[in-house]
Ligand binder design. Structure first.
Ligand code: SF4
Length: 189
């Protein structure tokens, strides 16, 4: 996508003659605000942020940088393409958070952890990358053209991040559980 096609709000920064991007300034209050919001959203939905506040705020800082850089907050631990459609699965919270919490007790960046880790009863550690390479991902993300089963009045939509299911004409604008946007839903039935 060319710079001219982007809305002003998400103009990508221009690299200088050495290919270096200008620094992006994020204020400490902005980090604190997002940290508090994520903390409260996580706890109200049964998730937990990493209890190491300094480490977690550093990740929140990176999320804010990515949001300014791309127009959406991509995962601090993964390389974004800069195209929303290609990066949808790694907009935080990513599609891989819940399977990683289930299997390893933490997400790839360790921003979200399980209850035992949040309570200080388990150590954090690095975990393998669950995200598949570009080509496989593109194939698996093709739109789901499931015909509506006869016994259903409405299609069933599934949030790809938290698994929330709902039966309605269109997916909700915001997932009531994990707060991701409508585009993170897929047809389930
Ligand atoms: S949930 Fe964790 S791994 Fe996923 S995008 Fe957010 S910080 Fe990265």
């Amino acid at each position: 996508m060319s710079q001219d096609m982007l809305p002003q709000a998400i103009k990508l920064p221009q690299a200088d003659g050495n290919g270096m991007l200008p620094p992006i300034e994020i204020s400490p209050p902005a980090v604190d605000r997002l940290y508090q919001r994520l903390q409260s959203e996580a706890e109200s939905a049964g998730y937990h942020l990493n209890p190491d506040a300094e480490f977690t705020k550093a990740l929140v800082h990176s999320l804010l940088i990515n949001e300014k850089r791309y127009g959406y907050p991509t995962c601090p631990c993964r390389l974004a393409e800069g195209e929303r459609e290609d990066d949808l699965d790694i907009i935080c919270p990513c599609d891989y958070r819940d399977p990683d919490l289930e299997e390893f007790g933490m997400c790839f960046c360790c921003l979200y952890v399980d209850e035992a880790t949040a309570k200080g009863n388990k150590e954090t550690h690095s975990i393998p990358e669950r995200r598949t390479p570009n080509k496989e991902r593109a194939d698996s993300q093709k739109p789901n053209q499931i015909p509506l089963p006869q016994q259903l009045s409405y299609p069933v939509w599934r949030c790809k991040v938290c698994g929330y299911l709902c039966a309605r004409e269109e997916p909700p604008g915001i997932c009531p559980i994990c707060k991701v946007s409508k585009e993170r839903f897929e047809r389930f039935l």
